[in-house]
Write a protein that binds this ligand. Structure first.
Ligand code: NAD
Ligand code: UDP
Length: 339
């Protein structure tokens, strides 16, 4: 059986991907330090897949923790989700982000090389395109970053490219996610932000369920169809499937490739509000607020390379994204925390 190490596997995207990996017949070793996740997510994943999952409570910045993994398990490939992702916090605590996201990846790659495992899928982000000069966005567009979180993704991409240049035995896939939303259709696992959500979809969901009084829409004077920001929202189950498809090709790769994972369609903030109202049957109160610093008008993928190289394309539409988010949010108003 092929064994995959999933770092950050207890988190939002990692937990959903774990389900599809197990359903596809992979053995999964989960590795997480629970800095932004709860063990409850894994318990629920185990219920969905009807089996126990090997879980290691460890930090990717610790070579000792990684030694424990590689000495006890024969790992064929790594999917590296572990990382911190709050843009605002990264501005306040850049060293924490660089240490966790960059040093963590370097420590992980050194351990992988030590134990002869040289296949890695890395969670990058559309944020590395900065403010794109045009849309849809192709993989060869210019790269830039406006905050330490984005720079940590850019730097790790470069570090992984250099790693391959120095040793062509590596197989490396850089997946640039657009805006992950939605939840497993069971409604038992989903996104569980700490504190007040920064991202649109969890904020809308918490407004619908009555935890937030209203949504602030950050700007209605962008050069978009209705003036609000446009993004490429992608269902987390589609994203998860992209990782399974990436694993299908990784061992024959012998190169570094970069792939957009998006739907290719952009929706505005007001589109999302309307779709969520339809899915939930609730009214989402909102107020127009000033633009958020660092936001761009429009960002959506050209997803053709993913189709060509992975035979992958997004299947879930905006209605499914909102319905699945609502099922998760309404069944679990406090996320994984007990009521
Ligand atoms: P998440 O916070 O839910 O999951 C990340 C997981 O990594 C958490 O379970 C956390 O506890 C764990 N972790 C963090 N640092 C660790 C460390 N040093 N050692 C071990 N575990 C550690 O985030 P997510 O939304 O699932 O994102 C997964 C990856 O995808 C991240 O790298 C993120 O930057 C990237 N990404 C996310 C989005 C998004 O909007 N969700 C978009 C683009 C890219
Ligand atoms: N947004 C908003 N109110 C919020 C959160 C987000 O109007 O409370 C807008 C934001 O300005 C952007 C879109 O929703 O146009 C998506 O924002 P998110 O933070 O989810 O993703 P990102 O900006 O990182 O792509």
């Amino acid at each position: 059986m092929t064994t995959i190490l999933v770092t950050g596997g207890a988190g939002y995207i990692g937990s959903h991907t774990t389900i599809l990996l197990i359903e596809a017949g992979y053995e999964v070793i989960l590795f997480d330090n629970f800095s932004n996740a709860s063990k409850e997510s894994i318990k629920r994943v185990e219920k969905i897949v009807e089996q126990n999952i090997t879980l290691i409570d460890g930090n990717v910045c610790s070579s000792e923790d990684l030694d424990t993994v590689f000495t006890h398990h024969s790992i064929d490939a790594v999917i590296h989700f572990a990382g911190l992702k709050a843009v605002g916090e990264s501005v306040e605590k850049p060293l924490k982000y660089y240490e966790n996201n960059i040093s963590g990846t370097i420590t992980l790659c050194k351990s992988m090389a030590k134990y002869g495992c040289k296949s890695i899928i890395f969670s990058s982000s559309a944020t590395v395109y900065g403010d794109p000069h045009t849309t849809p966005i192709l993989e060869d567009f210019p790269l830039s970053a406006t905050n330490p979180y984005g720079r940590s993704k850019l730097f790790v991409e470069e570090i992984l490219r250099d790693t391959y240049m120095a040793d062509n035995d590596w197989n490396i896939i850089l997946l640039r996610y657009f805006n992950p939303v939605g939840a497993h259709p069971s409604g038992t696992i989903g996104e569980d932000p700490n504190d007040v959500p920064n991202n649109l979809m969890p904020f809308i969901a918490q407004t619908a369920v009555g935890k937030r009084a209203f949504l602030s829409i950050f700007g209605n004077d962008y050069n978009t169809k209705d003036g609000t920001g446009v993004r490429d929202y992608i269902h987390v189950m589609d994203l998860a499937e992209g990782h399974v498809k990436a694993l299908n090709i990784i061992h024959s790769l012998n190169q570094v490739i970069t792939i957009n994972l998006g739907t290719g369609t952009g929706y505005s903030v007001l589109d999302m509000v309307k779709s969520f109202e339809k899915a939930s049957g609730r009214t989402i109160s909102y107020k127009i607020a000033p633009r958020r610093t660092g936001d761009i008008a429009s960002c959506f993928a050209d997803p053709h390379y993913a189709k060509e190289i992975l035979n992958w394309e997004a299947k879930y539409d905006i209605d499914a994204m909102c319905e699945d988010t609502w099922r998760w949010q309404s069944n679990n108003p406090n996320g994984y925390k007990a009521l």
